[in-house]
Ligand binder design. Structure first.
Ligand SMILES: *Cc1c(COP(=O)(O)O)cnc(C)c1O
Length: 402
């Protein structure tokens, strides 16, 4: 068997924790009932399991179980939140505010609404990736119905000031949505204290299964209206029809329960690993940290490297470590990351960037191997590119002047 690279791409997805898998398994076979079947025990036990996850998620964000709407993930939750609000409130106004560093699952629904006649303001981020509250304040209009600002960034790990944004939104009577796909289980979230009206969640970034997520929808002060985006049997109080995927929902609940129980110690451990990686890498010249140095996810390190070609760097690193350049969600394209360019990086620096996503199953030993290999790769690439430029200069010196 070939040796597999060290997994450091935890912002793209994570392995399902064995404890999560164990909780899920009975719900594929003996407890396979449809939670909507109210006439027999098969339905009751499935419904009880779904109810338990609703309670875990609600407690995790200080909501009530009735405010949790299950979806297929954060992409669907974002679509339901943004398009659902736009459709329900368009008579009140047709202006939406979001930020340049958002995930495409927020940007693209907004761009779609633009084709329907909505006006979208895309706020810039400061150089450290945090939004400027003064800019936000200036962007509000009487016809603004929604603002969407993510909790934690999937590329640079930056945490946005949710409580301050929520305060402003409620003062202006504007619905506040946050994409918390990277935040759930990793940082404290409180929809009351932070005045959040809609929150998108997903399981697979926090050691749960793929294909399950949720949207928190505020029911009081104010009660948020949503136009459903998927019609059918009226599940999830009509907001999202479709038979609930019980095994995935059970896994989601277990994953969040474990993450919350271990949050404080795990964040400490991840911070140490990240600092160790950074202190080793930053011994080299020309290595830049992207994003705010403290206000970020514990497991995120995003760097830009001077003097190397981005594609060559990834190629050199990939045999030893599974990492991404920029956003995994757009790694099919070679364009520089829209998040890094939004921070004001030059195209070249944004391109020669690496995102390390450190997680639950990484060890100090792995971090040391990764740091050593990354340093050797960068040094060797810089040497070759220096020799290339010397060779080019030599050739041009020899070339006849005309
Ligand atoms: C991963 C991610 C998404 C997409 O979530 P899915 O559950 O895979 O649809 C959306 N937003 C952010 C910030 C993410 O990191």
């Amino acid at each position: 068997m070939s040796i597999r690279p060290i997994y450091l791409d935890c912002h793209a997805t994570t392995a399902v924790d064995e404890r999560v898998l164990a909780a899920m398994l009975p719900y594929f076979t003996e407890k396979f009932g449809n939670p909507s079947s109210i006439g027999h025990v098969y339905g009751w036990e499935a419904e009880a399991a779904v109810k338990q996850t609703r309670e875990i998620l609600a407690a995790a964000i200080n909501a009530t179980p009735e405010e949790i709407v299950f979806t297929s993930g954060a992409t669907e939750a974002n679509n339901l939140a943004i398009k659902g609000v736009a459709e329900a409130y368009f008579k009140k106004g047709q202006h939406i505010i979001t930020v340049a560093t958002e995930h495409n699952a927020v940007i693209d629904p907004c761009n779609y609404l633009k084709t329907l006649g909505f006006e979208i303001t895309i706020l810039p981020a400061k150089k450290d990736g945090v939004i400027d509250l003064n800019e936000l304040n200036k962007a509000f209009r009487p016809e603004t119905i929604l603002i969407s600002v993510m909790a934690a960034n999937n590329e640079i790990g930056v945490l946005q000031p949710l409580a301050e944004i929520g305060e402003l939104c409620h003062a202006y009577n504007i619905i506040f949505h946050t994409d918390a796909a990277q935040a759930i289980g990793k940082i404290p979230l409180d929809v009351q204290a932070m005045k959040i009206d809609l929150m998108s969640l997903t399981a697979h970034k926090v050691y749960g299964p793929k294909g399950i997520g949720a949207l928190y929808v505020r029911r009081r002060n104010p009660r948020v209206q949503l136009a459903p985006q998927q019609h059918g049997g009226g599940h999830e109080r009509g907001m999202r029809s479709g038979t609930l995927y019980t095994p995935q929902i059970v896994g989601f609940g277990k994953a969040v329960e474990i993450a919350l129980a271990e949050q404080a110690t795990e964040n400490q451990r991840l911070t140490q690993l990240r600092q160790s990686l950074w202190s080793q890498l930053s011994q080299l010249e020309g290595i830049h940290l992207n994003g705010h140095p403290q206000q970020r996810l514990a497991g995120n390190l995003n760097i830009s490297v001077e003097g190397v070609d981005g594609a060559a760097l990834l190629l050199g690193l990939q045999p030893v470590m599974a990492i991404s350049s920029g956003s995994a969600c757009s790694s099919a394209s070679t364009a520089p990351s829209h998040v890094l360019t939004a921070l004001g990086n030059s195209q070249q620096l944004a391109y020669a960037s690496v995102r390390f996503g450190i997680g639950r199953f990484n060890t100090q030993e792995e971090i040391d191997i990764v740091a050593k290999h990354a340093i050797a790769t960068i040094q060797s690439l810089r040497k070759t590119s220096f020799m290339d430029s010397r060779a080019r200069k030599y050739q041009s010196d020899l070339a006849p002047a005309d």
